[in-house]
Design a protein around this ligand. Structure first.
Ligand SMILES: O=C(O)Cc1cc(O)ccc1O
Ligand SMILES: [Fe+2]
Length: 474
């Protein structure tokens, strides 16, 4: 019985290979991921044990936990939050987390946190090319040769205040080394990792998750993990959510199914490292990195149960809904995960995906419309192209990103507008790209490094030049 609890359901991906480098990366990750077992379902009470009998039955904290393990609760919500919001997991580990030396300040590298006060909030439309590759052997930390996921994090900007558990940050990463004998956890928020290049194997306290380009991984607040690269290098995006944890959006009149289906979120099964050698544990706390060298790996959880859990989700499983009559619906129908605020319907941050879909709207301007939005929109591209941006000024390219802050006017570029205004409106499949948006309630203030980056495109405004008047002259 207990053993069965440790057996996963579901595998990682059903996407077909068409030979692009993203597909190959996914295939390689799938090779690793197929050896992984998962438990399917978002928000569930899951449980798992890597050794038979490690998980206590009937109680959380027996006088002596099985197999000489230590019992420990990890709380992701206040003890007293309503049951529907309550999050905690029980971990049964070789050493209690409390047995650790003092943390000392570590170099923040390219990581910055809210409140973002380095630069003035900028109303301009902004777009960046991809983050430059890490320079070879750039490690300043004396660990693996090269730059690992943590050292490769580079903050673009964000909002709110990490100390108030509100707001979010946009980070990018470029890495060429695995985290070996180095573990990270973020007390400030949960991390939504969006790989764009290179498969990742996430070793978490709860077990292993495989995340390739096209997948997203969600690491809850405080959960320790390390990132192994499955290829020579890796690149991608991270949304750090300081606010309420991401949940699936309500579906309202859509009904009981659709958008991201809960069963496509995969939680790991227990897997532990029994390692007795120095391991650097880095903790992000109130905006700064702190480190301590443990004499063992804290990824030593042999069994667990609970609902404060990491997940991986394949964005190609997203059930895209849209108009089958006319008009371009608002992109809220593409919401994968939402971090609610105290105001109903107003998200601290939404994670939105623009996945392959059919456009069939009659007498409709089909690409995204011109708009000004009270919410602030950071967009990234995982592969291919995006239907509102034909090109220009270096383009909206995989690994790059755009920022359309609160009330900034944006929408289709000139080329897209002209093409879509004249297009014959036959049913059209958009299947050449995978874009996403972090849409947040507050403006995103840039870091100095993002405002002054060499890969910031100087003339993004030009994509809207040449949109001539067509209204008859007086
Ligand atoms: O700006 C964007 O490209 C994102 C977006 C897409 C869409 O389909 C409608 C509105 C919107 O902000
Ligand atoms: Fe927009």
């Amino acid at each position: 019985m207990r053993r069965e609890l440790a057996m996963g359901q579901g595998t990682d991906s059903t996407t077909s290979s068409t030979g692009t480098s993203a597909d190959q990366a996914r295939d390689r990750t799938r090779g690793t991921a197929e050896r992984l077992t998962y438990q399917a379902g978002f928000g569930n009470e899951h449980s798992s044990e890597a050794e038979p009998g490690a998980l206590p039955l009937g109680r959380n904290s027996p006088q002596r936990a099985p197999l000489g393990l230590y019992a420990e609760q990890l709380s992701g919500s206040a003890f007293t939050e309503p049951r529907a919001h309550n999050r905690r997991s029980w971990l049964y580990r070789i050493r209690p987390s409390a047995a650790h030396p003092r943390f000392v300040r570590a170099d923040n590298g390219g990581l910055r946190s809210a409140p973002f006060e380095e630069a003035e909030p900028d109303p301009n439309r902004l777009r960046w090319g991809p983050l430059p590759e890490p320079p070879p052997s750039s490690s300043s930390r004396g660990h693996a040769q090269g730059t690992d996921f943590l050292a490769g994090l580079w903050t673009l900007g964000g909002n709110g205040d990490a100390r108030q558990r509100s707001g979010m940050a946009v980070h990018l990463y470029a890495a060429d080394a695995s985290m070996t004998d180095r573990v990270f956890s973020d007390a400030d928020g949960e991390l939504l990792i969006v790989p764009e290049r290179g498969g990742l194997l996430l070793h978490t306290e709860f077990g292993l998750l495989g995340a390739a380009p096209g997948h997203v991984a969600l690491i809850p607040r405080g959960v320790r993990f390390r990132v192994e690269l499955l290829e020579e290098s890796a690149r991608g995006y991270v949304c750090e959510n300081y606010g309420r944890p991401f949940v699936l959006p309500d579906l309202g009149p859509i009904g009981a199914n659709g958008l991201a289906n809960a069963r496509d979120f995969l939680a790991p099964t227990a897997a532990y490292e029994d390692v007795e050698r120095p391991v650097e544990v880095v903790n992000k706390f109130c905006g700064n990195l702190w480190k301590a060298v443990y004499d063992h790996s804290p990824l030593d959880v042999v069994a667990w149960h609970g609902n404060h859990l990491p997940y991986v989700y394949d964005l190609r499983r997203f059930n895209v809904l849209g108009s089958i009559s006319y008009d371009h619906p608002d992109p809220s129908i593409f919401t994968v995960l939402t971090s609610p605020s105290d105001t109903p319907g107003l998200a601290g941050v939404d994670f939105v995906v623009f996945a392959p879909r059919w456009l069939v709207g009659e007498d409709t301007f089909r690409p995204p419309y011109f708009h000004r939005n009270v919410m602030s929109e950071y967009m990234g591209l995982i592969e291919g192209a995006y239907d509102a941006k034909a090109g220009g000024a270096g383009g909206f390219v995989p690994g790059g990103g755009s920022l359309h802050n609160m009330m900034s006017a944006h929408g289709p570029d000139r080329e897209t507008f002209e093409r879509a205004s004249a297009a014959e409106l036959a049913p059209q499949k958009i299947d050449d790209g995978l874009a996403f948006m972090f849409e947040t309630r507050w403006p995103i203030t840039l870091t100095e490094q993002a405002a002054g980056a060499a890969h910031l495109q100087a003339d993004y405004d030009a994509v809207w030049q040449g949109l001539e008047r067509h209204f008859p002259a007086p």
